[in-house]
Design a protein around this ligand. Structure first.
Ligand code: CO
Length: 138
């Protein structure tokens, strides 16, 4: 079959201080923040650093009960999830489920920057939290 993914959309890193982390990437890699957004539903603020056609997504919680806040409390800063860019989020989600993948989102939902996303649980994905990302602008 044709691959369902087309690109690594982003690598997401949970941090305590978004501005400090973004500034470090700017200094260390000459990286550029191309997008910032607060996603209230998920309780996160993000800064996207462009890497060719992909991104490093720095994430920090906006409230104490958000999943990223719990992640920081239990695991500390570090790699949080990998976003795979797909042409059709619903089709990719169905394909993952057909392979026994446990999903967090039962149906695709709005993500940041106008994307449509769905998360796959790490317990059925060899330990990695996966985000399926359909980006109409890509
Ligand atoms: Co993400």
């Amino acid at each position: 079959m044709e691959p369902l993914w087309t690109e690594i959309d982003h690598v997401a890193i949970a941090v305590r201080d978004l501005d400090a982390a973004a500034a470090w990437y700017e200094r260390a890699f000459g990286a550029r923040v191309v997008h910032r957004e607060v996603v209230e539903r998920d309780g996160v603020a993000e800064a996207l650093l462009a890497v060719a056609d992909s991104y490093v997504q720095l994430l920090t919680p906006t409230r104490d009960d958000s999943p990223v806040a719990r992640f920081l409390a239990t695991r500390g800063e570090g790699l949080h999830h990998v976003g795979y860019r797909v042409a059709d989020c619903a089709a990719a989600l169905a394909a993952v489920r057909a392979q026994g993948g446990r999903v967090i989102d039962e149906a695709p939902r709005p993500g940041s920057r106008g994307t449509t996303v769905a998360f796959v649980h790490p317990s059925a994905a060899f330990g990695t939290l996966i985000e399926l990302v359909e980006d109409p602008a890509a």
